[in-house]
Structure formats: structure tokens, C-alpha cells
Ligand binder design. Structure first.
Ligand SMILES: *[C@@H]1O[C@H](CO)[C@@H](O)[C@H](O)[C@H]1NC(C)=O
Ligand SMILES: *[C@@H]1O[C@H](CO)[C@@H](O)[C@H](O)[C@H]1NC(C)=O
Length: 419
């Protein structure tokens, strides 16, 4: 398989070009560096997980402790996400103190709290997206990867993952995107086939941002297609709730207000607020006894919830995928519909320090709104490559990665049998 950007085959292409120029034809030239193709080998798959969809590890050396039980110093990296200790009342404070990020509104940069080093383990491997904890209790991409392995894929070889620090938006992810590009090129070189991106939720927005940064020549060469599951392309109204009063992600032992501190400190969360250009301008996202917040009121919203850094983070990130430029590769846009999904959060006087008292529902996958997920339809006809949009009735946001119908359809794409 030839690729004009592959540094290994540049010489060969030049050779072919010279042949063309001279009208001299030579057939059956096999580049000496290429591995022989495995018969029927399917295209490599690279998974980009959603928010909170891969493990994070931390190492601590702090001068003071939040609680006497918190580690002050750890000899080695330990798992920060998911750490089952966070489910204990005391463990939670220590955990928040470690996982929060610090934002400097002068430099407009995020960092870890002093004394905490966070790293993303397992780049290029799958374990960190298959299960989120070391005890393998919280499965995520495990069913999908297992199915791929049954099809003949090999973990950490032909199927890999590109985990990232999901607390930090793409504007501060240069290193990650550089690594991602290298990994794509490496997989291409290794298996002599362009790859498929397979992503979920926030991961799809990371992939879109990444693809928008690449030239079409690069994409034509290295990317076979982009399979996106449950992507809130235009943001999600849920983020208003997450930022205002917190959302415990369904973990019953943690209160929403307690987890709010951590959720506010991720710059990915302001980035996921509904995009201005795709929602009706008069739509009320948050209703309190004293004010109805629409998209004109983002600045006031951040001020009223006492989180003005959030406004700066939103300003820093709002343009990253503004206008949703088409990915420029063949795209499969799959998402769940038909489930009541909040579009307005109604609070009483305790706003923002208590849960909403009521909701107005719209259509979605229980987390993301179909209005936002369906924005990929805009790409049909806007790019040379096909865009396939498929809606799955009553399929919840977090189940789409392990749903057997979705997995089967994924298989048909990889086997080039998608209809
Ligand atoms: C933010 O960064 C500036 C410039 O580096 C520095 O002077 C300031 O102390 C920082 N602010 C905080 C709160 O750390
Ligand atoms: C917010 O909107 C609702 C529904 O339109 C309306 O009944 C209510 O009076 C509004 N509240 C404020 C404070 O404007």
C-alpha cells in the first residue's frame, strides 16, 4: 500500500515518479521495508475514549495533608481514576484534592495542584479503556475490545487506545495530539493499512479537533474512517447542571455537591457547554426563581455560580471546533435517541448549592441531546467522503460502547460489509 507521506516509501515514490516522467514502466516493485500483508487482515482500530473513560495515575509529595488519612507522600504512582477509595467519605476529600486541576486566569493555563503529578497510563494499549479500575469492576470498552479480539484483532497491536487527561481541553493538549499522530503513523507503518478511529462522547470531539488540524493528504493516507459513538458535537445541556450543582455520574455514595469541585476544575466541562450557534437563542437552559439563563447569559451564569474561571475556560475553548468543520474522512455517526434527556434545569432558591428541583425534557440518549448528536448530518455532502448517520432507539449514552447491535455494526464496517 502506497502512501505519499510515508517517509519509508518517499524514495520509492520518487522512483515511480521518475519512471512516469521518462515513460519507463516497471511493475511488481515491492518496497523492501514493507512487512508482508497478512491475508484478510482488517484495518487497525484506535480507540479514543470519552470523558472519565480511561485510568489516571497520580504521585504525591505535598507539604500539607487535607485529612490525616490522605497520603502525604506516595512512593510510586497510584490509580487516581477510578480509585475505589473515593467511595469512602474520607477518601473522597483526599481524592478531590488530588484530581482537581488548578487554573490560572492570567496565563490561561491549567496545572495540577502543587505536589501532585498526574499521568495517563497505558498509551497505545487497551487495558486503561477496557476497565477503569485495577480490580476490573468498572468495564467500559471491554466488550467491544473482546469482540474485536474474537474477530482476529490483537490487543495493543491491531487494536489500541489513545487515553488522555480528560480534565484538560484540546487547547492544552499539544503533546497528546502529537503522540496521537505518531501512533496513527506507527500503526499504519506496522500493519500497512490506514486505521479506523473508534471514539465515544468527548473522545469524538477530540478526534474531530485532531482531524481538523490535519491536511487532507495526511488523512487520505492514514485514516480509513471515523466511527463515532454518542458524540455531543454541539455540546450538552447537562453541563449546566454539572457546573452549577454537580453530577455524581450515577455513583450513589457521592453527593452531587461534593463532586462539583472536581467537575468545575476540568476545562473540558466548559468546552462541552451547548454551542451558541446550534441551539435556539431563546432556549432557557437553567431556570431559577430570579433568572432564566439562555446562551446570551453564559458570563452571568459563571458569575452567579461563583465560578468565574469557568468563563475564561469557556472563552479559551469555545472556538476549538466552532462551526463543526467536517472531519474529512469517511464517518459513521451513531447515537442513541428516544430517551428523555433534560434540556432545562429548574432550581429553587438554593441555586446553585442544591440539586435541581425539576427538569424539562427533550429527546436524547439520557445524557446528550439528539439536537447536538445529530449535527453530523450537516457533513453529508459537505465533504467528498461519505457520512453515515444511524440512530439507535432507546440506547443510553454509556451503553452504546458495549451494545451488541452497535458492536455487530462495527464489525461490518471493519469487514467492509456495512450497508
Ligand atoms: C498565574 O501566573 C502568573 C504568571 O506566571 C503568576 O504571576 C501568578 O502568581 C499566577 N497566579 C496564581 C494564582 O498562581
Ligand atoms: C422563566 O421562564 C419561565 C417560562 O417561560 C417563566 O414562567 C418565568 O417567569 C421566567 N422567570 C424569570 C425570572 O424570568
Amino acid at each position: 500500500m502506497g502512501c505519499s507521506l510515508s517517509h519509508k516509501s518517499t524514495g520509492l515514490l520518487l522512483f515511480f515518479a521518475l519512471q512516469q516522467l521518462t515513460g519507463f514502466q516497471l511493475f511488481h516493485v515491492v518496497p523492501p521495508t514493507l512487512k508482508p500483508l497478512v491475508k484478510n487482515q482488517k484495518p487497525p482500530v484506535l480507540i479514543v475514549p470519552g470523558s472519565a473513560g480511561n485510568q489516571l495515575e497520580a504521585k504525591i509529595d505535598k507539604s500539607s495533608r487535607v485529612h490525616w488519612m490522605s497520603y502525604k507522600k506516595s512512593d510510586d504512582f497510584f490509580t487516581l481514576w477510578i480509585d475505589l477509595n473515593m467511595f469512602m467519605p474520607i477518601g473522597f476529600q483526599c481524592w478531590v484534592d488530588n484530581i482537581r486541576i488548578v487554573y490560572n486566569s492570567t496565563t490561561r493555563k491549567t496545572s495540577n495542584p502543587s505536589g501532585v503529578t498526574v499521568r495517563v497510563p497505558g498509551f497505545g494499549q487497551t487495558y486503561t479503556v477496557e476497565f477503569l479500575d485495577k480490580n476490573k469492576l468498572s468495564g467500559y470498552f471491554h466488550a467491544m475490545v473482546s469482540h474485536l479480539v474474537n474477530m482476529g484483532y490483537v490487543r495493543d497491536e491491531t487494536v489500541r487506545a489513545a487515553p488522555y487527561d480528560f480534565r484538560v481541553a484540546p487547547n492544552e493538549q499539544e503533546t497528546y495530539f502529537a503522540q496521537l499522530k505518531k501512533l496513527v503513523e506507527h500503526m499504519y507503518e506496522q500493519y500497512q493499512q490506514p486505521i479506523y478511529f473508534l471514539s465515544h462522547s468527548l473522545g469524538s470531539k477530540f478526534v474531530l479537533y485532531f482531524l481538523n488540524q490535519q491536511t487532507s493528504t495526511w488523512k487520505d493516507c492514514y485514516i480509513k474512517g471515523f466511527i463515532s459513538l454518542g458524540a455531543p458535537w454541539g455540546g450538552a445541556s447537562k453541563l449546566f447542571r454539572v457546573l452549577a450543582s454537580g453530577d455524581n455520574l450515577g455513583i450513589p455514595l457521592i453527593s452531587n455537591i461534593k463532586i462539583r469541585e472536581q467537575q468545575r476544575m476540568a476545562s473540558t466541562n466548559p468546552w462541552m457547554l451547548p454551542f451558541e450557534e446550534v441551539w435556539p437563542t431563546d432556549h432557557t437552559f437553567v431556570s431559577t426563581p430570579s433568572f432564566n439563563y439562555t446562551q446570551k447569559d453564559y458570563k452571568r451564569f459563571f458569575k452567579d455560580i461563583d465560578f468565574e474561571d469557568g468563563w475564561y475556560m469557556w472563552e479559551d475553548t469555545r472556538k476549538l471546533t466552532a462551526g463543526l468543520p467536517p472531519p474529512g474522512v469517511e464517518t459513521y455517526c451513531f447515537y442513541g435517541v428516544g430517551l428523555p434527556t433534560p434540556v432545562t434545569y429548574v432550581y429553587d432558591d438554593k441555586f446553585p448549592n442544591a440539586d435541581p428541583v425539576d427538569y424539562v425534557y427533550g429527546d436524547g440518549d439520557d445524557t446528550a441531546n439528539s439536537l447536538s448528536m445529530g449535527l453530523c448530518k450537516r457533513w453529508i455532502g459537505k465533504q467528498a467522503q461519505p457520512v453515515h448517520v444511524k440512530e439507535f432507539k432507546a440506547l443510553p449514552h454509556s451503553d452504546i460502547v458495549s451494545n451488541s447491535e452497535v458492536i455487530k455494526i462495527g464489525q461490518s464496517i471493519l469487514e467492509d460489509k456495512y450497508v
